[in-house]
Design a protein around this ligand. Structure first.
Ligand SMILES: Cc1cc2nc3c(=O)[nH]c(=O)nc-3n(C[C@H](O)[C@H](O)[C@H](O)COP(=O)(O)OP(=O)(O)OC[C@H]3O[C@@H](n4cnc5c(N)ncnc54)[C@H](O)[C@@H]3O)c2cc1C
Length: 403
């Protein structure tokens, strides 16, 4: 495999086209008069070599690889107002720190390509805190059992500033990729000259691009649910993409921030398991920038969470942390909640029936025949054969499709 070299920010010859400040680049739409809300642009679609759908890790890494290979005309369209996708790191009040509501760890012993990327981007990962005893809650009516913690092998690493530091670092190194946030791709039409892509912007205008190749940097199931393909994809491929669950889409995460990591002072690792809930699995989420925090995966099914509502669940989470770690844990200074099952840019209704903890085998990345062959490739993490659904999977899927 090729060595990763992190180009200096702005090295790209066409860096002048790069956005300043925000992610959106207003001049990137096809030329022509502005259209009113809901109107379609009548001007000819802008011709480009690569169009990337999705600005999570896979989309940003694909843009980075393409620039490294000398490609100069890539457009990346992201439906959300911000980049990152399932990577979501929220700022802590008064500290230069962010805490993860999406992915937290990667495992360098197994996922060495991702580790190489992290280090080439100048990031300094640190080990998950696991020293101290862990607690097991069997019933809310008795104190939790205390037991010596086991240290994970292989070790999980985190990033200072949260996983968002990874996508921020990739974004900072992009020179000429045109990135448009708030642009939701609606459909792809295969035509003689390539693929015409239609996207809806935040003002309700439909914009078009004509790309030689489209890279789908979103979960396969979401691509099938949100994008119209004309002509339709081959049946077997469409079925395989639709049947691939999106990793962690059914889950929700809760983070509580404190003035100090008081559990560490009591010889606890911050790790806990609970048969009572709502949090099933709890970990220390403290960062090197001074934030003391605990986070937990919510153990209740998505439908139950929806019925109970966020406010009630936060209340139960605080009460549970108080039961397990003592009264100070019931009074966080700040808390965060993210229910991924409620996010239509990650989850579709089918994901909610996926068995928890199940990594599905990767579906084929590209059509092997027909009009879409050579024009379309899936590069979201679920398309990775080795690490489907993981951050490292996004890296693998991109390298398989883009070189
Ligand atoms: C709670 C949680 C915990 C996790 N923990 C870990 C962990 O510890 N370690 C690990 O390795 N992995 C973990 N993961 C998985 C990891 O987050 C993903 O593997 C990775 O972020 C996927 O990146 P991606 O770019 O392939 O997809 P995504 O991050 O899902 O990006 C897809 C992007 O496409 C955009 N999009 C969707 N539809 C459209 C459209 N029509 N037009 C334009 N854009 C569109 C979305 O808004 C999104 O930004 C976790 C995930 C979650 C949710």
């Amino acid at each position: 495999m090729r060595e990763l070299a992190a180009p200096a920010p702005g090295r790209c010859a066409c860096a002048a086209g790069r956005s300043r400040g925000g992610d959106a680049v207003p001049q990137d739409g096809p030329p022509g008069p502005p259209a009113g809300p809901g109107a379609s642009m009548l001007s000819a679609p802008q011709r480009i070599a690569h169009l990337i759908v999705g600005g999570g890790l896979a989309g940003l890494y694909a843009a980075y690889r393409l620039e490294q290979q000398g490609h100069r005309d890539t457009v990346l369209l992201e439906a959300r107002p911000a980049l990152g996708g399932r990577i979501l790191s929220e700022p802590v009040d008064g500290l230069p720190e962010r805490l993860d509501l999406g992915p937290t760890w990667y495992w360098p012993d197994l996922q060495w390509r991702l580790d190489q990327l992290v280090r080439a981007l100048g990031l300094a990962p640190f080990e998950q805190h696991e020293r101290g005893d862990m607690l097991l809650e069997r019933t809310p009516h008795a104190p939790p059992m205390r037991t010596p913690a086991y240290l994970s092998a292989p070790t999980g690493l985190r990033l200072p500033g949260g996983m968002r530091s990874l996508t921020d670092a990739l974004r900072a190194r992009l020179g000429c990729t045109r990135i448009l946030t708030g642009h939701s791709v609606q459909g792809l039409r295969r035509e003689d000259a390539g693929v015409t892509v239609a996207a809806l912007d935040a003002e309700g205008r439909t914009l078009h691009w004509r790309a030689e190749k489209v890279l789908l940097a979103l979960p396969p199931r979401l691509a099938m649910a949100r994008l119209d393909f004309a002509p339709a994809l081959p049946d077997a491929l469409a079925r395989a993409w639709r049947d691939t669950p999106t990793w962690m889409a059914p889950h929700a995460k809760y983070v509580a921030v404190y003035a100090r990591p008081f559990w560490r002072e009591a010889g606890l690792s911050g790790e806990a398991r609970s048969a009572c809930g709502p949090l099933g699995e709890i970990h220390d989420a403290s960062g090197p920038g001074g934030a003391a925090a605990l986070f937990g995966f919510v153990g209740l099914p998505a439908a139950t969470r929806q019925r109970l509502g966020e406010d009630a669940l936060r209340l139960h989470c605080r009460a549970q942390l108080g039961r397990i770690f003592g009264p100070p844990a019931a009074e966080p200074l700040q808390e965060f909640w993210k229910d991924w099952a409620q996010d239509p840019l990650t989850a579709v209704p089918q994901d909610l029936q996926a068995p928890a903890g199940h990594h599905a085998a990767a579906p084929p990345q590209q059509p092997a025949e027909g009009p879409w062959q050579g024009r379309l490739a899936g590069i979201g993490s679920e398309w990775s054969p080795q690490f489907p659904g993981y951050l490292a999977g996004a890296v693998e899927a991109v390298e398989r499709a883009c070189g």
